[in-house]
Ligand binder design. Sequence first.
Ligand code: ADP
Ligand code: ZN
Ligand code: ZN
Length: 721
Amino acid sequence: MFAEVAIKVPLFRTFDYRIADNCTVQVGCRVTVPFGNRKLVAIVMAIKSTSEVPANKLKSLTEVLDDSPILSTIHLKFLRFCAQYYAHPIGETLFTALPAALRDGAHPDKTTIANYVLSEAGKLQPKLRAKKQMALLAQLGKSGESSLTELKALGFSKQQINALLDKQLITEQIKHDTQWQNQAITIANKPRLNEEQATACSAINQQHNYRCFLLEGITGSGKTEVYLQSLERIVQSGKQALILVPEIGLTPQTVNRFRRRFANLAIDLWHSNLTDNERLHTWRRAEQGSCALVIGTRSSVFLPFKSLGMIIVDEEHDGSFKQQEGLRYHARDLAAYRCASINIPLILGTATPALETLNKAITGKYQLLTLSQRAQTTTDNQFLLVDMKGQKEQAGLAPTTLQHIAATLKRTKQVMVFLNRRGYAPTLLCHECGWLSQCKHCSASTTYHKAMGRLVCHHCSEQSFVPPQCPDCGSTQIMPTGIGTEQLEGFLTECFAETPISRIDRDTTRRKGALEDALDEINQGGARILIGTQMLAKGHHFADVSLVVILDVDSGLYSSDFRATEHMAQLITQVAGRAGRSGEAGKVLLQTHFPEHPLLQDLVNNGYQDFARFALKEREEALLPPYSHLAILRAQATNAKQVFDFLSDLVPATPYCGIQLLGPIPAPMERLAGKYRYQLHIQASERMILHNYIRQLMQYVSEHKLANRVRWSIDIDPMDT
Ligand code: ADP
Ligand code: ZN
Ligand code: ZN
């Protein structure tokens, strides 16, 4: 007998090995095989009685690592689809989907992981002098149970945990692997649904087969409540569910809400902060059916659930669902495939649907469910466009903007100022000769960080000292140009000396737990002005914000990326959702040089729904996705000519009916970390044509004489164009 196996090598094929007579092995098991002069872990894809490889060339399996399959046939089929769809080598696809511990051949059941819970004494709310220990008790009071990793992510240390263990205020609890499927499930105090929520829930509850629901509802309209109540039926019937969330959305607030609602269900988390051991543990629990729910970031879409009953994708438009390297998959799209193939419902929830998703809802492929009102408040936000033409701005703020900020602070409300550029200034400029501080390795300017006294490239992270003089002309007149969050904070601190200000960006939140601390302080009303980058835009709830200011709207209006306006509109709508929960109507102030821009006008006057439908028409006229299908072949190398030649060669060599090729064109960042980057856009009106062409192209590319000299990759349905 022969085993067809997948090995983690960048080749679009599987390999055959002989199975020794005394050896038993099943499809989906890991084995080790001799490969060249190495011994590698491989996964058995099929067992067959013949092989096309001549008998004298066939080697035997070295060792069988699993008694029973670690990947079921259904899961293998899913991963095979994944490799085909994204034109990625099958072995690399399988190994990307496996948790790291299983990739190196570890035994799947070697781990147990304890969660921390309050002891009886701990529940009595004892008073302790150590503040952090008190905070830890409070956290466990809220979450019910938390793992070491979760607590560490919140800024707690092992010492603090040990101190509480010593005082017997908390205990370790091995996660209950009880059969929750056979127990009554307690559902803690839930609110009565409003009419729209009830309509949505009943539509979802009636659906036992595959159906994709687009739950379109503004922030605070009660989408999470709809998820929670739709999940009841699923878990009560003993099925598991997966809730996919963007990285930033995996805040304790959301998780606590699920844990409080389903108090006696095992709910596991999956995100980038987990240790390999914890991932393995969750993987196995999903597979054995011992956890009911998993709340996870994009790669949780690969978890091998024993009996999956529903997938929910929260903030489905979010860019973090797309993996940007290696296997370039989109977790939302894979979730849709998975649900369809095992015939279960899928919910995509968002205030700002991706245009691809919205198009499917409009054409009836997906069922649209709308929540149009906020669940708790009824105030509507008001948009204000501030025309920046001819304005005397200070630190990027127009006088009108400053007046609005002052007035809001006077009413003791919070203000949020949003600028998607960290650092002090995006570049240094020589006033005499026009020299700009540039990264040596990238086609980008270096950002000036005043507090650090350094120039930093935000693309390759290279740092350098600030030159005392212009390197070109020797002038000392070099000055920061443009505005970053650090400068904005400095300026607002001067303007509003008495006002506590909090800045949230990658620079201020490097320390673990720093983000949570800052958010806590904001929520307790400490900071009155919040300055932030995109990090602040998503997933956080602030009670007291009544003015949101967005400074760099224009960068989204005119960009070479055809998705830029869509992303800008999503961002504005998301950020606007942060305002107006404080009892008074929120104001959203947008600074722009193009107040008459039709898409912007549509967005502020008629809202995202209208904007999106208008933007879809533009896409249709330009035959851009979702009205066509796109892939990008990217290539990079230190030698620009090699990259260019490599891509240029492919264009005449692979003609194909129904395919438009554009390029080679320089990537948006032509040079990055010393490498030159070019790309080829591949477009087709039919998905089948695109995929058939790509298959042929991959064959041709991998045999090309320059294929080993340049680094190349294919990106199907790319997000960055
Ligand atoms: P979204 O997920 O759309 O942002 P949430 O589900 O978080 O909205 O709801 C916003 C707030 O309103 C939450 O505090 C939630 O508890 C509350 N809420 C949601 N639905 C209801 C309801 N039917 N009755 C009362 N409160 C509700
Ligand atoms: Zn100069
Ligand atoms: Zn750089």
